[in-house]
Structure formats: C-alpha cells, structure tokens
Write a protein that binds this ligand. Structure first.
Ligand SMILES: [Zn+2]
Ligand SMILES: [Zn+2]
Length: 317
C-alpha cells in the first residue's frame, strides 16, 4: 500500500491507461470476457474528483495493473489451502453488532472455493494493553498485542489448510500510543489481520444499548462487509484501485466508504478471476448470488446494480 504524500492532484486514468491495466482478454472464457467488456462506461463510473479529505488527496496511489498482480508473490488459494477464519474478539451478540454470518456469506461468494469459518469468540489476552481514549472516553485495545494473540492462536491450530485469520471486534483499537485510533491492521506475510467495527456505528462513541433502526443496521453491516472483503483482498495481494469507483479504492472515512458499492471494477474483477479460475470461478453465479443476498438483507443500491449488470450480461446471448 503506497503511503507517500501526494505532490500533485489525483488525475483520473485515461482510457488507454485503463486498457493497459486490464491487459489482454482475448484468451479468456466468454462469460468473463463479456463481464469485462459489455456496457463498462454505463456500469462503472470513475472515482469522483477527491475533495481535500479524501484518501486520494492524502495518499499517492500508482495503481496496480493486472500484469503486476499476476507477477506478485502472494497467497494462492488451493484445494489444500483454502480456509479463511473469522476470529471475533469479545462480544458480538450486542444489538448493535453486525451479523457475522452475513459477512461469512459474502466471503463465500467473493472468494469461491475458500471456506470461511467463524471461530468461537475469545476475550483479549489479559496482557493486552488498553487505555481510555482522551476524546471518546471509551476503552481502546492495543493492536500489536492483538496481532500477537492472533499469531499464537494460529500456531496452536497448526492447520495447513489455513489461508488467513481475520480478527474482528466491536471495541475501538489503537496501533501506537501517539495515534488516536485505527480501523485495522494486517500482516500480509503472516496472513493475519484485526479490524474494529466500533466506529461504523453512526452513534459512536455514544453507542447506547438500544437496537438499531433498520437503516442503521443496513449501514453498519454494509460498512463491515465492505471492510472485510476489501481487507481480505489486500491479503490476497490486491492493491488500491484508481481505475474506476470500486470496492478496492482506498478510503479515509465512513463517508467515502459509503460512496462505494460492493462490486469490483473490470480490472479488479479480472484479478479475482485469475486468482480463482482454478476453483471454478463463475462470474454469472457470483453476480446472481450477490444479487440474491443483497436483496435478502436490504442492500438496495447493490440490488439495483447487480440486477442491471446481470440484465446487460444476459442480453443478446
Ligand atoms: Zn485498503
Ligand atoms: Zn478496481
């Protein structure tokens, strides 16, 4: 992930740069080739010109072409190594916690051939440092200690089939004493990560025990799903996307996150296809499953997007 201060303004990529990033598609199967070429301008808008708080105004992103992704040394899913563990820390039964089973459902669809399993919830190790945040007056837990705990649990399981272990928590976390907070942190080499959903609650830090309104529930779940998928894709070697509005765009805050839909642009989709083609990746099944799930849980924008995309892809066959 490139983190250098950007010297000049983000310039959206040209048609030619997008075509270079996508690379050759003539040899691909018909379904995926159609998904990468039909009605692209209609379905995949550009990233909006970033305002000054936006990720792209603060970070330089070079973009990662499909070719660069293919050359990368990265975790490869295979029939003998395909388990993604979701490890909840502390309580996830509260009325304001996102439903982990739904995150798991999305994981199955986005990462075909991988098994995603939710492990029993654990408490933070008693040695985990914590503090009360000076602004929110809420407790926060120290990321390096949590990462160590994840590593220890991973060693203890000693499962050759394990790809990644993704810690999730409703408690706020911080990466070092000088930082106010962090949404999460990953170690790509070790295949572990920790993400906090605490700040996805629109009432944070005044999170009461009341149940969500329907609208809040969908909002928080959408943020949690989008974070989970985006971060697992980083573990698979995906870098931030600059080519279109896409689930792999970098984001600075919840507002930016809410502006992305849960879909991948053609360039990121081709990378996903390359990663999973040996595991029977089928783009139409993926879209149908995403449509069905989005409809079931009330992700309205995604329902409209996938409905339209499938209609276009199934036309004139
Ligand atoms: Zn990211
Ligand atoms: Zn993309």
């Amino acid at each position: 992930m490139a983190m250098h201060r950007q010297k000049k303004k983000f310039v959206p990529p040209t048609k030619k740069e997008r075509a270079t990033a996508l690379g050759e598609i003539d040899d691909l199967d018909e379904d995926i080739r159609r998904a990468l070429t039909i009605a692209i301008d209609e379905c995949f808008p550009s990233i909006p010109i970033p305002d000054e708080d936006a990720w792209l105004s603060e970070h330089y992103e070079a973009g990662q072409t499909v070719k660069q992704f293919e050359r990368l040394r990265k975790s490869q899913p295979s029939p003998t190594c395909n388990i993604i563990y979701i490890q909840p820390f502390e309580d996830f039964n509260g009325p304001r916690s996102p439903n982990l089973n739904i995150i798991c459902d999305f994981s199955h669809i986005f990462f075909p051939g991988c098994q995603t399993e939710i492990l029993p919830s654990v408490e933070f190790d008693s040695k985990t440092k914590q503090r009360i945040n000076q602004y929110t007056k809420q407790p926060q837990y120290f990321v390096p200690n949590i990462m160590n705990q994840l590593k220890k649990m991973q060693r203890k399981r000693h499962k050759r089939e394990e790809l990644f272990s993704i810690g999730v928590t409703m408690v706020d976390i911080y990466p070092n004493p000088n930082w106010n907070f962090v949404y999460g942190e990953a170690s790509i080499d070790e295949g572990i990560a920790i993400y906090s959903f605490a700040r996805f609650d629109p009432l944070f830090p005044h999170t009461s025990l009341e149940s969500y309104t329907n609208e809040e529930q969908v909002l928080v779940l959408r943020r949690a799903v989008s974070t989970y998928i985006h971060e697992v894709m980083h573990l698979f070697g995906f870098e931030h996307c600059i080519y279109y509005l896409c689930l792999m765009n970098g984001t600075n805050c919840e507002n930016e996150m809410d502006g992305q839909l849960l879909y991948l642009c053609p360039i990121c989709l081709k990378k996903l296809y390359i990663l999973f083609r040996k595991q029977n990746f089928n783009i139409l099944h993926m879209y149908e499953n995403l449509l069905e799930l989005s409809r079931k849980i009330g992700f309205q924008q995604e329902t409209i997007w996938y409905e339209n995309r499938l209609r276009l892809l199934n036309q004139d066959l």
